[in-house]
Design a protein around this ligand. Structure first.
Ligand code: ACO
Length: 359
């Protein structure tokens, strides 16, 4: 028995390798450095799903097919009456995704890859009482997501920054949401169900729900000089510092630097970045003092928060954007699991009371 399945190996995968000691991430034979900033969402999806989905369009045709999928989803699902706008953005995206008929095959894959790109901006605008912006199928998925969010075409730099983010988070070994997606895929419930399991696991604050609270932390701290006192008080209350610590990495999460590079290239607010860097340094110093036996370093979520904020997403929608990137990984893992053919069904050790023996 291993609490939290720590150190348990539960799959062979060709999809990604997380080297927690060296701080290295490899996806389908390519290092994160070679992919982030050099690859589009579409190219990454094609790379991850290569060999798993017969009839999935390739290269330029994939961008066209994703554009058509966005259009179809917008026309059939993104309506004021589809789901209550009182839900949080990630709950709205999950509820809209659940309206896609379940199944397997290239058609469902395309819809699921396109779904968070259409549903996230749609949900955010519906919650504000605005009309959703229809997709432009001629654009790349990253550019169109930003366009549907703001109503105006993004700059090439903004679209490139979102591509960098989506590629950086596309896959990450057997993380909680990917494991959840594989469990559901192993029952052959369908790819929509597998992705819904992934979204549900992702939204928790110990996984993909962390970056929203990072923004709250930066806003409350306000100035670099106030960082240490706030962080000390948070730890005194027993809170965890969001954006720090990881189950696998014992060194800095390599994705943090990939995203920090994207923030710099975007030319985002220098004062905001300086505040974040000051908070990061203070947090790392305090965590070293307080938890000398556990290496707690910056994880992907810390700079995710800054990058997505700079691109105009609200903190309550960051998890939806994470889902947009990670759906690629969930779908690839679901196919790998289905190809293996084995139902995931571990055992538990019963430690409750035993029935009384008859006298
Ligand atoms: N702040 C303060 N203390 C922490 C933190 C943190 N961020 N992370 C871990 N610790 C402490 C724990 O309190 C525990 O201390 P103890 O041994 O004195 O009780 C020790 O470090 C080990 O913690 P575990 O929970 O056993 O470590 P685990 O590997 O299960 O946790 C996790 C990993 C959940 C990511 C954790 O580090 C955390 O909660 N971080 C904050 C939330 C966060 O940033 N999540 C995003 C992760 S990245 C991703 O999922 C995409």
């Amino acid at each position: 028995m291993s609490d939290g399945l720590e150190d348990v190996v539960a799959a062979h995968t060709v999809l990604s390798e997380v080297d927690g000691a060296a701080g290295r991430l490899v996806m389908r034979g390519h290092s994160l450095d070679a992919l982030a900033g050099h690859t589009s969402f579409e190219e990454m999806a094609a790379l991850m799903l290569d060999g798993f989905v017969p009839n999935l369009p390739r290269e330029k045709q994939l961008q066209v097919a994703l554009g058509e999928a966005r259009k179809e989803l917008f026309e059939t699902i993104v309506r004021r009456e589809a789901v209550p706008a009182t839900l949080s953005p990630v709950e709205m995206v999950r509820a809209m995704t659940a309206l896609i008929p379940d199944g397997e095959g290239a058609g469902v894959v395309l819809k699921l890859l396109a779904a968070p790109a259409v549903f996230t901006p749609g949900a955010l605008r519906l919650r504000r009482g605005l009309d959703p912006v229809a997709p432009d199928p001629s654009l790349s998925q990253a550019a169109d997501t930003l366009r549907m969010l703001t109503g105006t075409a993004p700059t090439p730099q903004q679209a490139a920054a979102l591509d960098t983010y989506l590629v950086t988070v596309a896959d990450h070994g057997l993380n909680a949401s990917t494991f959840a997606a594989r469990v559901v895929a192993s029952t052959r419930a369908g790819l929509v169900s597998a992705v819904l399991a992934g979204i549900s696991a992702l939204k928790g604050p110990l996984h993909g729900g962390a970056p929203g609270p990072v923004i709250e932390m930066l806003d409350v701290i306000g100035a670099p000089a106030d960082a240490r006192a706030w962080l000390e008080a948070a730890l005194d209350r027993g809170d965890r510092l969001m954006g720090f610590g990881h189950r696998i990495y014992r060194v800095r999460d390599p994705r943090a630097d990939a995203l920090k590079g994207a923030i710099r290239r975007l030319g985002a607010d220098a004062g905001r970045l300086a505040l974040a860097e000051a908070v990061e340094q203070a947090a790392l110093a305090i965590l070293r003092e307080r938890k000398p036996n556990r290496t707690l370093e910056t994880n992907v979520e810390f700079y995710t928060a800054l990058l997505l904020e700079a691109l105009g997403f609200t903190p309550d929608s960051f998890t939806c954007v994470f889902a947009l990137g990670r759906t690629t990984g969930w779908l690839a893992h679901a196919h790998e699991q289905i190809a293996g053919g084995k139902l995931i069904r571990p055992q538990s050790v019963y430690v409750g009371p035993r029935p009384r023996q008859a006298a």
